[in-house]
Design a protein around this ligand. Structure first.
Ligand code: GMT
Length: 373
């Protein structure tokens, strides 16, 4: 098949997922055309069967805001004709599914089915802002097929937009051949003493991630056992959390590592992953942590209960309940044999339920269905 993939190129779960999906589809013999405003950061070298088309947005003094949605629509239409694409797979509804809808109108003489994959914040935060509500609902309804990355997101989308349209669930995935616990001689020692536990948090440092809770849980853990915290990522709450850490005297115990391309290495030296988000449609980092044998303590919200097995591969606690999160973290870190069990179960659970090959086959099935309609 010849597949157009529209995604955000930057760091973030939806862009990573879309890029890894495209790479795997290309390996399976499909021709994949990425269309975005920048080269997806995981497309770092030449790949057979993969093309990248950059969306150029013209700069003109009259335009306070560059017309990206139109530029993307034109590019999708152009590439669809030029490469004779069979279908368009849009990741993240806003504004991608609207641009894909416009592109479809532009190439009226050609069949161009659109699959929209909803990732979470396109619906839960952005999609129901009053000014985006109608257009997001419209673009979902006009897509030929819609998938969501968890049942929780499917239900929430159906409810928020009062949809009759069926939404399918196709979970996010991990590649266990890539994501597994690596031996990283010397790396752990750079961040922690042998007796210290290493806790990790990875995110885009947005308010939804509740960074203060990450630090509060860590602070409670540290009162009981020697530990260090790795903060991986960056974003709008970065400065505030730095200040908070300084104000409670923890700056010597926290490492800020910024955005990292290879979190596998950092996960491989970590003992526990904290994800106390307000909301999380899936929580890709929790899956990646489990694949690397790291138990996860997270909020019992959104799609996280579909990814983490409470009491088996980690623990789920109410949003904001930092005391209980710390208690469970200490339990897994201090109980003889429990960490090993959870780590092992996490790796198995990730590989058995979210294996890249299995999920990519599900997408291929949906593509075939779109082409046969
Ligand atoms: O808002 C974000 O955190 C970014 C967003 C994205 O596009 O990467 O994350 C969402 O999509 C990921 C991939 O499907 C999910 O793993 C995240 O849970 C989801 N974020 C939220 O729901 C907050």
């Amino acid at each position: 098949m010849r597949i157009g993939i529209i995604c955000y190129p930057s760091y973030g779960g939806s862009g990573v997922l879309a890029t890894e999906l495209g790479k795997r589809l290309a390996l399976r013999g499909h021709q994949v055309h990425f269309i975005s405003y920048d080269r997806p950061f995981k497309l770092d070298r030449f790949h057979e069967n993969i093309y990248y088309h950059e969306v150029e947005v013209i700069d003109y003094p009259l335009f306070k805001f560059p017309p990206y949605m139109m530029a993307l629509a034109s590019k999708i239409a152009e590439v669809s004709k030029w490469a004779n694409l069979d279908l368009i797979h849009v990741h993240y509804a806003i504004p991608h599914s609207v641009s894909a809808f416009l592109a479809k109108q532009l190439v009226k003489d050609k069949r161009l089915p659109i699959l929209t994959t909803l990732h979470g914040t396109d619906i839960t935060i952005v999609g129901h802002e009053p000014q985006f509500y109608d257009i997001t609902k419209f673009s979902i309804e006009e897509s030929d097929l819609v998938t969501a990355v968890s049942s929780s997101l499917k239900e929430e989308t159906t409810k928020i937009f009062k949809l009759d349209k069926e939404i399918r669930v196709i979970y996010n995935f991990v590649n266990p051949e890539e994501y597994h616990r690596l031996s990283m001689p010397g790396l752990r020692e750079r961040f922690a003493e042998p007796a210290e536990k290493l806790i990790i948090h990875v995110s885009n440092f947005r308010p939804v991630k509740r960074l203060k809770d990450v630090v509060d849980v860590f602070s409670l853990i540290k009162k009981e056992i020697p530990a260090k915290l790795l903060m991986v990522g960056d974003g709008p709450d970065g400065s505030a959390i730095h200040q908070y850490i300084n104000s409670i005297g923890l700056s010597e115990s926290v490492w800020f590592l910024g955005k990292q391309e290879r979190v596998i290495e950092l996960l491989s030296i970590s003992d526990l992953c904290l994800l106390p988000s307000e909301k999380e449609s899936f929580g890709l980092v929790a899956l990646e942590a489990m694949a690397c044998g790291v138990p996860v303590v997270a909020s019992d919200t959104g799609g996280l209960p579909e990814v983490i097995r409470d009491g088996e591969t980690g623990y789920l606690l109410p949003v904001g309940d930092t005391k209980s999160m710390a208690k469970k973290a200490l339990l897994v870190l201090q109980t003889e044999g429990l960490w090993q069990e959870m780590s092992h179960r996490g790796r198995l659970f990730a590989a058995n339920n979210f294996h890249i090959d299995r999920i990519v086959e599900e997408y291929e099935k949906v593509y075939r269905e779109l082409l046969s309609n």
